[in-house]
Ligand binder design. Structure first.
Ligand SMILES: Cc1ncc(C[n+]2csc(CCOP(=O)(O)OP(=O)(O)O)c2C)c(N)n1
Length: 682
């Protein structure tokens, strides 16, 4: 059954198998253009699922693009959120949105977010991106349809690697238990995931036997045979008494010869030359207005940047990183410090590293790279953050030093109860790595941007929390936490390259803040500053203090520079790399000596600001001392897709935001609130 006019029940447009094949071929072409224009995204998995997408959106599903909220429409739950561009093209070809707009994929403010967001794009049923949740949502929708006496179907699209998530099997059990014959799951079985072949990362087969034993009807199909796909969707609709799973045998990267069956093309996109080759191979080069689409993407980007700049706080010059001689810094991703430390210290036989299918990009795989003798201590756990966390607890209980890491949002939130009970309650020696935290995963969008993780990690008894400010500090912090610190520990860092502002000789003492002072102009921006342990410093009569952690430390240094240049203020910066236990003395010293404190965190406001406020309000030495404070951080909102540095501006955590906020604060410090109210009264 094709697309339907919901008001009359008439067919809007029907597709023959040949037309569906053509549509899928074109959709693959548009996918390549959008990914090339975005500069990031997932080529392999969007290509493997595209024939399924065409068959489903243009033929099998009953829906009406002019009435996306039609109560009797079939629901499509896109559980494999990283394959979002394929979903967007399904919607566009079906008429839910303009095809040419898909090329704004992953750009700031675009409805075509890195992972699907139902509040931004009509036709997207639910927001997804954290793997393994879609089938449970589908169970809920199927139960609701039954309660409401409606006959529509719920389709749920998943990957085969995604089957490693335990939640999938909880949902599979529920669907079987409730005999949900209005639920049709489709698994894109391309046999690859990020770290390699599914069978090597964590075997999921035999999927057919597993689903059957959970009470499902299983249908297998060649996921690139359009005729067969159309037929199995028809069969699946007829199922009675049982949910249906369609196991679609596919090829990752299908249709683009150099991407086929290559794990490396999971999270990679074609450059301009590769795009030309891909479009030629797909035989769509003459049918897609490539130049016009790329221009459209560029124009959208230019407009987004212009709007963003217009909203930036006003400063008289361009103080951005490397914009002028005085702002020169070297940059490197902080995450590399983790890999450096694990490579250097992994010889300790107690160290074991647990992989969660994102090993290369978070650098945890540097633990074993080029060191075959460590292979047995590398434990690939698949996409299964919850079980891996408890397994790490078990390893720690037996005397090992386990390291378990993923995107911070998956390694410190998805598995929160496991961290709380398995790890913290038993006070076990597990190092949890919160990688790609904050806004730095940029175009992936809000689902992947951990902006709340510190609240939970800092709130857990027994947990130590460190947020290093650069790659050098990340190496030192990892080494300390791995080998010295006993008990549960959390390290958080970003993905994007950020300024290197410390050196080998810079002190790093767990639990002790560093004080950073602007001394003079230097060829390298970082060298204009002196860094010492705060407790070793004397008061220099600074006007204010900025307390920062992680990537906000370099921003705080840039803010100190701006405050000196624009306002003549002298700033004390505290690098609060250890958030738990926090350096209370450094905070109190700063408050008593400078009287004004701005906190800066790339996190929802409060992880750092709340702790600083607590120290100030509960320390008897502070009673009766005037102190004015302000907080820079994310203001109770989700992130967005966009380039990481754009998001630093969009989410108002740039040095300019810190500096202008600090200047506002200084106006109050100079003119105490009491004095102003006296004047008003007079
Ligand atoms: C809960 C969760 N953990 C980790 C990730 C990061 N991630 C995105 S895609 C992916 C691999 C998915 O493999 P598969 O389901 O086989 O998809 P495909 O290979 O078809 O793209 C991972 C680990 C995620 N999005 N969600």
């Amino acid at each position: 059954m094709p697309l339907i006019d919901s008001s009359t029940g008439n067919v809007i447009r029907g597709y023959t198998v040949e037309q569906l094949r053509d549509a899928a071929r074109l959709m693959r072409g548009y996918d390549m253009v959008a990914l090339c224009a975005a500069g990031s995204g997932h080529a392999g998995g969007t290509l493997s699922i595209m024939d399924i997408t065409a068959a489903l959106y243009l033929h099998a599903a009953h829906h009406d693009p002019s009435n996306p909220a039609w109560p009797d429409r079939d629901r499509i739950v896109w559980s494999a959120g990283h394959k979002a561009p394929s979903l967007y093209l399904g919607l566009a070809f079906a008429g839910f949105c303009a095809l040419e707009d898909v090329v704004t994929l992953r750009k700031l403010g675009s409805p075509f977010q890195g992972h699907p967001h139902c509040l931004k794009l009509s036709g997207v049923e639910v927001s997804t991106g954290s793997l393994g949740q879609g089938l449970s949502i589908s169970v809920g929708m199927a139960l609701a349809a039954r309660l409401d006496g409606r006959n529509h179907k719920i389709f749920c699209l998943m990957g085969d690697g995604e089957q490693q998530e335990g939640q999938v099997w909880e949902a599979a059990m529920e669907a079987g238990h409730y005999n949900l014959d209005n639920l049709i799951a489709v698994i894109d079985c391309n046999r690859l995931q990020i770290d390699g072949w599914v069978k090597d990362v964590m075997e999921v087969e035999p999927l057919a036997d597993k689903y059957e034993s959970f009470g499902w009807n299983v249908i297998s199909v060649d996921g690139h045979n359009m005729e067969a796909l159309v037929a199995v969707f028809e069969d699946a609709r007829q199922s009675e008494g049982k949910p249906v799973v369609i196991l679609a045998d596919t090829v990752k990267g299908k249709g683009v010869s150099f991407m086929e069956n290559q794990a490396g093309w999971h999270g990679k996109v074609p450059n301009r030359e590769e795009l030309t080759l891909a479009l030629r191979g797909l035989r769509v080069a003459d049918e897609i207005p490539v130049e016009r689409l790329l221009e459209r993407a560029k124009a959208y980007q230019a407009e987004a940047e212009q709007k963003l700049e217009a909203r930036m706080p006003h400063v008289s010059r361009n103080y951005w990183w490397n914009a002028s001689d005085s702002m020169k810094v070297a940059m490197e991703p902080t995450r590399k410090g983790l890999g450096q430390s694990l490579a250097a210290n992994g010889g300790d036989e107690r160290v074991v590293c647990l992989g969660l299918d994102i090993s290369g990009s978070i650098t945890i795989s540097d633990f074993y790279a080029g060191k075959p003798e460590r292979a047995s201590r590398w434990l690939s756990m698949g996409i299964a953050e919850q079980s891996a966390t408890s397994a790490a607890a078990g390893l720690a209980r037996e005397g090992k030093l386990p390291v378990v890491g993923s995107y911070a949002t998956f390694s410190a939130a998805r598995n929160l109860d496991q961290i709380r009970v398995s790890v913290c309650y038993s006070n076990l020696n597990v190092l949890i790595v919160g990688a790609h935290a904050g806004v730095s995963v940029g175009p992936d969008g809000a689902t992947h941007q951990a902006l709340e993780d510190l609240f939970a990690m800092m709130g857990l008894p027994n947990m130590s929390v460190v947020v290093p400010c650069d790659v050098v500090e990340a190496r030192k912090a990892t080494t300390h936490l791995l080998l010295e610190q006993v008990g549960p520990k959390y390290i958080r860092f970003a993905r994007e390259a950020t300024p290197i502002v410390t050196a080998d000789a810079t002190p790093f003492v767990f639990g002790k803040a560093n004080r950073i002072r602007l001394r003079h102009q230097a060829a390298n921006f970082a060298e204009a500053f002196e860094t010492r342990l705060d407790e070793d410093c004397r008061d220099e009569g600074e006007d204010l203090t900025i307390i920062a952690c992680g990537p906000e430390v370099p921003e705080a240094m840039r803010a100190a520079w701006i405050l000196r240049q624009e306002y003549g203020y002298a700033t004390r910066i505290l690098n609060m790399h250890t958030l738990k236990p926090i350096d209370r003395e450094a905070i109190v010293r700063a408050a008593l000596e400078t009287g004004a404190i701005v906190t800066a965190e790339e996190h929802q406001i409060g992880a750092l600001a709340g702790q600083v406020s607590l120290v100030l309000t509960e320390t008897p030495r502070m009673y009766g001392h005037p102190i004015i404070t302000a907080a820079i951080g994310i203001k109770d909102r989700f992130g967005d897709s966009g380039a990481p540095w754009e998001l630093v501006k969009e989410l108002e955590v740039s040095a300019e935001h810190i500096a202008v906020k600090a200047a506002e604060l200084m106006a109050h410090k100079r003119e105490p609130v009491g004095a102003a109210s006296h004047a008003e009264r007079a």
